[in-house]
Design a protein around this ligand. Structure first.
Ligand SMILES: [Zn+2]
Length: 83
């Protein structure tokens, strides 16, 4: 993500003013999920959080996961209907 912000980002883990590194790949969302949620990692304590809000992404990750699970269920249902 090229859009760097001039305002400081406070890490929710160590409360330090850090320059978070973008997370390329996550177990829960692959490449796409981390991009969608602007998932970043603190270089000091390695806590991962949202690069936009400066807060934990846990709630959004849960929403992302349930959305993905819903799509899988829907897809499975559609496939079973075809057969
Ligand atoms: Zn930190």
């Amino acid at each position: 993500m090229a859009a760097l912000r001039s305002e400081p980002v406070i890490c929710p883990g160590c409360r330090a003013d850090v320059a978070p590194a973008p997370v390329g790949f996550t177990w829960w969302g692959g490449m796409l999920g981390s991009k969608l949620l602007h998932h970043v990692e603190c270089p000091a304590c390695h806590v991962r959080f949202s690069g936009i809000t400066g807060r934990s992404n846990a709630g959004r990750i849960a929403a992302y996961l349930s959305l993905a699970a819903g799509l899988v269920v829907l897809l499975g249902y559609l496939i079973s209907r075809v057969r």
